[in-house]
Design a protein around this ligand. Structure first.
Ligand code: SAM
Length: 343
C-alpha cells in the first residue's frame, strides 16, 4: 500500500468537549507558539507532495476554530501535487464557513455527529449545538462539499440507542454515515466502559434494515468498510469522475434523498495496519506514522532550526519507507491525545 495521505491537526483547540476526546483538566492547551504556523504547514506539505503524498485532511481539535483555516485550505489546494484537501469537523461552524471553504478549494467534509437526539448530543459533546450542526451538514451538501460523511462514535450507555436513527439518516440525506469504534486514549476523562464493537453495531443495523451488502467504492481510501442498506439506490457513483451526483431533492431534507450507504471503522476490534496509507502531523509539529506511534518525529524542531528542504525531505522519505513495516505490535498508546494528534 503506497502512503499517500497526510492528516494534519491544525489546532488542539475545540469548541466542543466530547466525552471520548477531551483531555483531563480541560485546560491544557498548547501555547500558540508551539502550534505550527500556516507557512510551516504549507512548506511541509510541499515537501510531502514531493515524496508521494497527494491527499491531505485537516483535523484537530476543531479545524474551523483556527482563524487562518480558509487561506490555509487555499494554500494546500493550490500546492503542486496535492489532488485533494478534505476536512473533519464537528460542524458547529460549518453553516457559516462551507461556501468559503468550497471556494478556497476544499473537496469534501466529514462531520462528527454522534446523536440526532438533542439531549444525548448534549451529553456527549458538552454543548447544545445539534441544530447548528444539522444546518451545517445541509449547507455543506448545498455548496457541493460532497460526499459528506457523518462520523458517529458509539458508546453503549450514551448513544447506542441512536444507531438506527443514524443509519436512517443515510436514507434521509445524501450522506454516508460511519460508525466508529471508541478507541481508548491516554488523555480521555471518561472511563472506557461502554465500548461497542463493530460486530454488535452492525448486528443492530441488520436486525432492522436487513442484511447489509458490501458496496461500491466510496471516495476516500481510509480504514472504513462500506455497506448498503437494501432500500438505498444502487451504485450512486456511476462512472469515475463525479464523486457524488447532485442530490435528487434540492431541499436536501426530505426522506428519500439518501443512498443508504453506511460504513464501519473498527479501529479497536480489527487491525488494518497493512492497508493503512496515512501519516499524521500533530498540531505541535510531530509526524506520527501511526495513530499509536510511540516515537513521533519532531519535524517542527527541524523547521525552526532552519533545516534545508533536502534534510527535511530525507526525513519524510525515511518515515514513509518505515511506515511499511509498522504494526501495532511496535506501537504504544502512551502519550496519545486525540486533539493534538487529530482523529
Ligand atoms: N473536531 C473535529 C471533529 O469533531 O470531527 C475533528 C477532530 S476529532 C478528534 C476527529 C474524529 O475523531 C471525530 O470523528 C471523533 O469522533 C473521533 N474521535 C475522537 N476521539 C475518539 C476516540 N476516543 N475514539 C474514536 N474516535 C474518536
Amino acid at each position: 500500500m503506497s502512503v499517500n495521505c497526510l492528516r494534519i491537526s491544525v489546532t488542539d483547540r475545540c469548541n466542543q468537549r466530547c466525552v471520548y476526546c477531551r483531555p483531563r483538566g480541560d485546560g491544557d492547551f498548547l501555547a500558540r507558539a508551539q502550534i505550527l504556523r500556516a507557512e510551516e504547514i504549507l512548506r511541509l506539505v510541499r515537501l510531502f507532495a514531493e515524496c508521494g503524498i497527494d491527499r491531505v485532511r485537516l483535523t484537530g481539535g476543531e479545524p474551523l476554530v483556527r482563524r487562518d483555516v480558509i487561506p490555509l485550505v487555499a494554500g494546500l489546494a493550490g500546492a503542486d501535487g496535492i489532488r485533494e484537501v478534505a476536512l473533519t469537523t464537528n460542524g458547529v461552524l460549518l453553516e457559516a464557513m462551507a461556501a468559503d471553504l468550497k471556494a478556497a478549494g476544499l473537496s469534501r467534509v466529514n462531520v462528527s455527529l454522534d446523536s440526532l437526539h438533542a439531549r444525548s448530543y448534549g451529553r456527549i459533546t458538552g454543548r447544545e449545538n445539534l441544530s447548528q450542526v444539522l444546518r451545517g451538514v445541509r449547507r455543506a451538501l448545498a455548496v457541493g462539499l460532497q460526499p459528506v460523511k457523518i462520523n458517529a462514535v458509539i458508546l453503549r450507555r450514551l448513544n447506542a440507542s441512536q444507531i438506527l436513527d443514524l443509519a436512517a439518516l443515510s436514507l434521509d440525506l445524501p450522506v454516508i454515515v460511519r460508525f466508529i469504534e471508541y478507541c481508548p486514549t491516554s488523555c480521555r476523562t471518561e472511563p472506557a466502559e461502554g465500548y461497542m464493537p463493530y460486530a454488535e453495531i452492525r448486528g443492530i443495523v441488520e436486525n432492522t434494515f436487513g442484511r447489509l451488502t458490501e458496496t461500491v467504492v466510496v471516495p476516500g481510501n481510509g480504514p472504513a468498510a462500506y455497506f448498503q442498506i437494501d432500500r438505498g439506490a444502487r451504485d450512486p457513483w456511476p462512472g469515475s469522475g463525479d464523486l457524488w451526483p447532485v442530490a435528487r431533492d434540492p431541499r436536501h431534507g426530505s426522506r428519500g434523498t439518501g443512498y443508504g450507504i453506511i460504513g464501519f471503522i473498527a479501529g479497536r476490534s480489527m487491525v488494518f495496519c497493512s492497508s493503512c496509507n496515512r501519516l499524521r502531523l500533530t498540531s505541535d509539529g510531530l509526524i506520527k506514522p501511526c495513530l499509536y506511534s510511540a516515537r513521533p518525529y519532531d519535524v517542527k524542531a527541524l523547521l525552526r532550526e532552519g533545516a534545508s528542504d533536502d534534510r527535511i525531505r530525507a526525513l519524510l522519505r525515511a518515515i514513509i519507507a518505515q511506515k511499511a513495516g509498522l504494526s501495532r505490535l511496535n506501537a504504544s498508546r502512551e502519550d496519545f491525545c486525540m486533539r493534538k494528534v487529530g482523529g
